[in-house]
Design a protein around this ligand. Structure first.
Ligand code: SF4
Length: 220
């Protein structure tokens, strides 16, 4: 049964990978949004460099970034790639937070999950993954953000249908696990994707979940 196998996979991952401590702390929603936008289509290292550069030029607040010129934001985040698009997004949603939400994203804590998610998705440049990251990491809401690793790994493990889109992957995984494990599932699937179940090369022979994976023989 898929549910039992899903549980076993989680136990194996918990035994073999450790979740970094910082991921457990509550994060500030606006900064998390900025980091998530800066992480799009680049490495973690470049996203961190872009965030540090931006922080050295502006306070990371909706007020400061709504007033900032797009060119200054572009120059600060250039290292992260797609800087023209990202700087427009950062400016636009900072303005929206100021205009419509009085400069605060505290609604992510107070609104029910679905309403908070819909509200975040109405922001310029905020897609489902970004919204789910903010809801899970900042407000502890019950959702599993599906990044490229979670998507690939869950399909190879046979936990989600091969052609499932974002929502289907998220909802299928959420149906297989308890809400208190959503954060672990998200983080451990990412670790598995980075360490063993890489996009182009799978290291099935050393993968801790290989006894539970239907793709093992196909991928070796
Ligand atoms: S056994 Fe291979 S295909 Fe399956 S999760 Fe591990 S690395 Fe990926």
């Amino acid at each position: 049964m898929t549910r039992n196998r899903a549980k076993d996979i989680l136990h194996v991952l918990q035994d073999n990978f450790s979740i970094p401590r910082w991921t457990r702390s509550n994060r500030e929603p606006f900064k998390t949004l900025i980091v998530t936008v800066l992480s799009q289509a680049t490495t973690d290292k470049n996203a961190v460099r872009a965030f540090k550069n931006l922080s050295s030029v502006f306070p990371i607040t909706p007020e400061a970034l709504a007033k900032a010129s797009v060119e200054k934001i572009e120059n600060a985040i250039r290292v992260g790639g797609l800087y023209k698009n990202k700087s427009r997004v950062i400016k636009a949603f900072s303005r929206m937070v100021m205009k419509k939400f009085n400069g605060s994203l505290d609604f992510v804590y107070s609104l029910p999950f679905e309403k908070a998610r819909r509200t975040l998705l109405s922001f310029p440049g905020v897609g489902p993954k970004t919204a789910d990251v903010v809801l899970l990491f900042c407000a502890g809401k019950p959702t599993i953000p599906v990044d490229t690793h979670v998507n690939r790994v869950s399909k190879r493990l046979g936990l989600t249908p091969p052609k499932a889109d974002y929502e289907k992957v998220r909802q299928t995984l959420e149906g297989l696990y308890e809400p208190e494990n959503y954060l672990s599932v998200h983080l451990l699937f990412i670790l598995l994707g980075r360490e063993c179940c890489k996009a182009r090369k799978t290291l099935c022979s050393t993968c801790p979940t290989n006894a539970l994976c239907p793709s093992r023989r196909l991928m070796e």
